[in-house]
Ligand binder design. Structure first.
Ligand SMILES: Nc1ncnc2c1ncn2[C@@H]1O[C@H](COP(=O)(O)OP(=O)(O)OP(=O)(O)O)[C@@H](O)[C@H]1O
Length: 232
């Protein structure tokens, strides 16, 4: 489903006038329906991998071959922005610890918009959105309020609900259980298990190794390029 070849990403810190490598010649493969867990030290480049797949970051070299339902084999590094936007809407989901809050959009509307993106009609979107909010224990009193004042855990659960309702083909999870209590973690795990059972391919970063156990088919350990950041 995903084959990453010789991926290279560095960051230039302009005020220092220096460039630091984050990923060097990274190669990995995830089969369709598989679940790859990525672990490794802080700063080793785990999030950079997911952001490169989602094209939030643009690596300098390498390729990320994705087997798309709409386009067939496509290199996410060189795909047009139009194709990337299509894929984000229909095929690839991304959950981070941070919620992309839209102004004047309630929690319920946010989940519904996610469903409209994949073609749901209003009635269906409303039912599915309510059921997802219920599943992730978002208090009904909060459904019609703006999420910018939600707690960290509530925002995270809403974020996961928005991604999961679309039943993406590929789901990228950047520490989806950070700041969640045990009961919420179980809910997230249940949803991941359901998605996996229906064939979603998953790539996830977890600090909570216990959470990963029994979920991931393979674990990829990132090593830090150097303990001290070295300029190139
Ligand atoms: N937008 C950016 N600008 C500059 N440097 C960045 C940027 N994003 C990441 N980096 C640097 O790239 C390196 C890898 O960062 P990344 O966030 O991928 O690590 P990580 O393994 O996910 O860390 P953590 O586990 O702490 O979240 C770090 O040294 C980080 O400072």
């Amino acid at each position: 489903m995903i084959t990453i070849e010789n991926l290279q990403k560095s960051f230039t810190i302009h005020h220092l006038n220096q460039t630091f490598p984050a990923l060097e010649n990274l190669t990995l493969h995830v089969q369709e329906g598989g679940f790859l867990g990525i672990v490794g030290k802080s700063g080793s480049g785990k999030s950079t991998i997911l952001k490169s797949i989602y094209r939030t970051y643009e690596p300098q070299a390498g390729s990320i071959w994705y087997d798309s339902a709409a386009f067939g084999e496509i290199d996410l590094l060189t795909a047009s922005l139009r194709d990337i936007i299509y894929l984000r809407k229909h095929e690839i989901g991304y959950v981070s610890q941070f919620l992309n809050v839209m102004p004047r959009t309630t929690a319920l509307e946010l989940v519904m918009q996610s469903l409209y993106g994949v073609g749901a009609k209003e009635e269906e979107a409303l039912e599915k959105a309510k059921s997802a909010l219920r599943h992730f224990d978002i208090d009904e009193k909060l459904w019609n309020s703006y999420p910018n004042n939600f707690s960290g855990g509530e925002k995270l659960r809403l974020n996961i609900a928005c991604a999961v309702v679309k039943e993406p083909r590929l789901l990228l999870l950047d520490e989806p259980t950070a700041s969640l209590d045990h009961a919420s973690k179980i809910k997230v795990r249940e949803s991941i298990e359901k998605l996996k059972a229906r064939g979603t391919t998953l790539i996830g970063i977890f600090h909570d190794l216990e959470f990963m156990e029994g979920l991931c088919d393979q674990v990829f350990t990132m090593t830090k390029l150097s303990e001290e950041r070295t300029a190139i």
